[in-house]
Design a protein around this ligand. Sequence first.
Ligand code: NAP
Length: 254
Amino acid sequence: MHVLVLGGTAEARRLAELLTARPDTRVTTSLAGRVAAPRTPPGALRIGGFGGAEGLAGWLRAHAVAAVVDATHPFADTISRNAAHAAALTGVPLLVLRRPGWAAVAGDDWREAGSLAQAAALLPALGRRVFLTTGRMGLAAFANLEELWFLVRSVEPPEGPCPARREVLLDRGPFTLDGERELLRRHRVDVLVTKDSGGAATAPKLTAAREAGLPVVVVRRPPVPDGVPVVTGPEAAARWVGLSGPGRPEFPPG
Ligand code: NAP
């Protein structure tokens, strides 16, 4: 069976590893093409947008896809909505693979924000030197905070309007606790902004902020599209794929 994995995460790569080990399964991982040198998974790779939900539906039909796993980043909500729409159009079974979000523990000083704009609105009351780890997109939300200084960390250089007072640090996780402690200290950071991305690779900044007594603005995740089943790990996703192929009980007729 041919499985399409919508990728861009470590979990998607792990799922591709698990599925390519099966003799009866062919895997294509799809990447958006945002990163110049992506970490590539085993199996086939295609890069670039599909052209919306209809484009994705056409791709599923043209390539006889038997199941789709949306293993994109928790904040990549356009492709997730497109995948749900394409699955409805084609009847191809769809699963969402989302790593669990982070949870505050004793000693954390977290403020929730529903969007990057809400996160920006909270900042002037919280600090002057901001460690901004929300990625290179959407920095326009912080561009009018002229009194604040930003350490912007992203994999690729930021695009579009950005805060004027900033230093850009191009880096890709996993990050270490010692490294995060040192960054906060060296740049005299007094507030951290993060998406609720979840996962271990970028979590040490939360521990470092807790240790330093810093407030953290956590941007909430967009919801998973209605009615789409969700698992939190690659192993569970691989089991679901095993149950979704042609001839298997859960595979929808037609
Ligand atoms: P997005 O806003 O949900 O998607 C925008 C458009 O990019 C989609 O409509 C689709 O274009 C294309 N696209 C997105 N993911 C794709 C994929 N896996 N394969 C093919 N086309 C894809 O996505 P985003 O937030 O820009 O994220 C892009 C990629 O980076 C995703 O694969 C995601 O897993 C990864 N990523 C995102 C974040 C984040 O914070 N958002 C962080 C780390 C990694 P068409 O409509 O033309 O099909």
